[in-house]
Ligand binder design. Structure first.
Ligand SMILES: [Zn+2]
Length: 316
């Protein structure tokens, strides 16, 4: 009896934690929030959308622990996973495709074709510089394990290509639920896909919106601003960013204007740390590691914008 009572208590304690792993955002829409632990690579947010006959998943994260949370959310719905949408090819959004496709053989992947160029460009260059650094012991743990994981994913890069390339705005049927996929060329990457659900007025933005700092490594800044205008022109009430918590329209508008001011500041002559703290308010963050990350990343991006390097990602 005591053992049974103890087991019941353990289950009761375990329930709230499990429930938090996928968070309801609107009827039939759940967020599986990505994480970013210090010294590790991030996972992007994943969003599960339920139709009458099946499920659609936006983005698949990077780590096995994130894929486990996705699988738990899928199992809780008890319907087949019929489609994955990748908002963009960054490894914190697509790596989980490999395990999910193996577990759900009927699933089809929709994404832009920008990954084709990334596999021979950005991702190849990253892998080529990571391998010797890793072999020379220049990357400390736990980041070394993260890099080994990304290299293993990159080695299977062709499996990350979409089954159905998104080359223009399209309406799709996901398990009987009509959803709109929109394509933004030359924004956070050469091809970003975002999703709008007219019935709930939820918009899934991918990394076109990320809290706190935008990831500008593969960005065309001017195209990104245009993409944000397209998001703003949609009558959404809730926006799910690529990283961070869901946003109301007001919160998004504030983020959008701070992002535009950050780009302006980065093109000027003010100190990089000034641009970053003014726009992304690192000091208000409670966790010191988060403050440092915001400052470091923001200032790094200011340098890259100021040098004109990111404009090379824009069409000529
Ligand atoms: Zn991301």
């Amino acid at each position: 009896m005591i053992a049974r009572a103890a087991l019941a208590l353990l289950i009761a304690l375990a329930l709230p934690a499990a429930a938090q792993e996928s968070e309801p955002v609107a009827p039939g829409i759940w967020l599986i929030e990505g994480g970013h632990e210090p010294g590790r690579q991030p996972d992007g947010n994943s969003v599960l959308i339920e139709g009458p006959h099946g499920l659609l998943l936006v983005d698949t994260g990077r780590h096995a622990s994130h894929a486990d949370k996705i699988e738990a959310a899928i199992a809780a719905r008890g319907k087949p996973l019929v489609r994955i949408v990748n908002t963009h090819w960054h490894l914190d959004h697509v790596s989980g495709n490999l395990t999910l496709k193996a577990k759900h053989p009927g699933v089809r992947v929709s994404a832009s074709d920008a990954i084709d160029e990334a596999l021979t460009g950005f991702l190849k260059r990253s892998a080529d510089s990571a391998r010797p650094a890793l072999e020379a012991g220049k990357i400390p743990e736990p980041m070394a394990s993260e890099v080994r994981g990304d290299l293993a994913t990159y080695a299977r890069g062709s499996e990350l290509r979409p089954d159905d390339a998104v080359r223009k705005d399209v309406t799709i049927d996901a398990g009987g639920r009509k959803l709109e996929l929109r394509l933004a060329r030359h924004a956070a990457t050469a091809g970003d896909v975002w999703l709008y659900d007219p019935s709930s007025r939820v918009l899934v933005a991918g990394d076109l919106v990320t809290d706190p700092v935008p990831f500008l490594d593969t960005a065309c800044p001017a195209g990104w601003l245009r993409a944000l205008d397209a998001l703003a022109a949609t009558p959404f009430v809730t926006l799910i960013p690529g990283h961070g918590k869901p946003m109301s329209r007001l919160v998004f508008q504030s983020w959008q204007s701070r992002f535009a001011r950050f780009l302006d500041c980065a093109r000027g002559k003010l100190k990089p740390s000034y641009c970053t703290t003014q726009m992304f308010d690192s000091t208000s963050r409670e966790v010191p590691a988060d403050q440092l990350r915001v400052l470091t990343m923001g200032s790094y991006y200011v340098e890259r914008i100021r040098s004109g390097e990111l404009d090379k990602n824009c069409p000529r």
